[in-house]
Ligand binder design. Structure first.
Ligand SMILES: Cc1ncc(C[n+]2csc(CCOP(=O)(O)OP(=O)(O)O)c2C)c(N)n1
Length: 248
């Protein structure tokens, strides 16, 4: 008797069959896959353009089978703006870390949202500068130890962590702003829903969309992957609550 095997899992067409450079337990790879799934589900692989700047996001062009730009640190929203304005029929997104989006590129981030550019930003908040070895980022929590705050971040010395989702949600040009997380299967499913919504907002000409994704960084947090997942739940989410802040 011939057995019928049901396919329950497959690689999204948009995700290239290559090994990534991400560390074990990193959230970046999960988000890359979610973006690939969303692109496949919308059938927009031929008309999607990604813009990755500097940071652990930098090699996304090796993992997604779409056209991609490489931008200077922090400048992805400016590059994406140019691309989208010249080619309004394309779906254009940026993929940025927190050092990138909330520090060196804050001006580009805020003004792209304020102008209501019809682009989407996927913002990976891992509370640290990952690629360069774990320095304090604008999103580093008070008390969090990093290589540049070995005794823990203090507000007196470094100010307070920036909540980019809340900040951008105040801007009239921003249409869809949400914060999600990829530290559990349930949260990963919700994250995919938010990414899908952000792309659909762009495709419906509804203005700027941004999804902040809380993402574990076990290597630079000096934790095991299991401890990192717990840290997202216990430390990050209370400061960075998961919610949709704005929707059209
Ligand atoms: C103009 C410029 N300044 C600084 C750097 C050094 N640099 C490379 S990656 C990086 C940190 C990126 O951190 P983040 O955006 O949080 O992304 P992650 O790696 O954590 O995903 C920095 C500061 C650079 N490449 N270019």
């Amino acid at each position: 008797m011939q057995m019928q095997l049901q396919k329950v899992f497959e690689r999204p067409r948009t995700l290239r069959p290559v090994a990534t450079h991400y560390c074990p337990g990193c959230g970046h790879g999960i988000v890359a896959r979610l973006i690939a799934e969303v692109i496949d589900e919308f059938g927009i692989r031929e008309k999607t353009v990604g813009v990755a700047p500097v940071g652990c996001s930098v090699l996304l062009y090796n993992y997604l089978d779409i056209d991609m730009y490489e931008a200077a640190h922090g400048r992805a929203p400016a590059v994406a703006t140019g691309c989208k304005r010249v080619h309004p029929d394309l779906v254009v997104f940026t993929y940025q870390g927190d050092g990138d989006f909330a520090s060196i590129g804050t001006a580009e981030a805020v003004h792209a949202a304020a102008r209501g550019e019809r682009i989407t930003t996927i913002f990976i908040n891992n509370a640290i500068y990952g690629m360069t070895g774990g320095q304090m980022a604008p999103t580093t929590l008070i008390g969090q130890k990093t290589t540049t705050s070995p005794y823990g971040r203090t507000a007196e010395q470094a100010g307070f962590p920036i909540r980019m989702a809340e900040l951008l949600a105040t801007l009239d040009g921003a249409s869809f702003i949400a914060r999600v997380s990829v530290h559990s299967p349930k949260n990963i499913i919700q994250a995919k829903g938010a990414i899908k919504k952000a792309f659909s907002v762009q495709m419906n000409q509804q203005g700027y969309s941004m999804v902040e994704v809380l993402s574990q960084c076990p290597t630079d947090w000096r934790m095991s992957p299991a401890e990192a997942v717990k840290w997202v739940e216990e430390k990050m989410i209370p400061y960075y609550p998961l919610k949709t802040l704005k929707a059209p």
